[in-house]
Design a protein around this ligand. Structure first.
Ligand code: ZN
Ligand code: ZN
Length: 117
């Protein structure tokens, strides 16, 4: 087993996950998905990808909205996806609060506005 065999291109990763290249590229650029930069190309190691994917895994008991943290029993309630990374966002955040970015992508202190219950 040589570790060199486990390097993947961003295209490989995209194909593996069934997503488009742009998404993977963005994840790498934003530092969410660790990658090795060699000049102008990136390589992702299998173990880094595994670690990343494990972190993205939602609990089996429900689907977590990455914007408000609420766990929903039904995936139907969390069908929207973060415009930046594709993380799950619930209907409440998306439609009512107009949140189209997950917690990690949302700009911090953008407005400082509190909705207050
Ligand atoms: Zn939410
Ligand atoms: Zn996001």
């Amino acid at each position: 087993m040589s570790p060199e065999k486990n390097f993947m291109t961003l295209e490989d990763v995209a194909e593996l996950l069934g997503v488009n290249y742009q998404l993977i590229y963005r994840l790498v650029r934003s530092g969410e998905l660790p990658a090795i930069r060699l000049g102008r190309v990136y390589r992702v190691t299998q173990s880094d990808l595994d670690t990343y994917l494990t972190a993205q895994k939602t609990g089996r008991s429900g689907t977590v909205c990455e914007a408000c943290g609420t766990i929903y029993r039904s995936e139907e309630s969390v069908r929207q996806a973060c415009e930046s990374c594709g993380a799950r966002i619930c209907f409440d955040c998306w439609q009512r609060a107009k949140v189209h970015l997950c917690k990690s992508c949302a700009p911090k202190d953008a407005t400082g506005k509190k909705t207050g219950k």
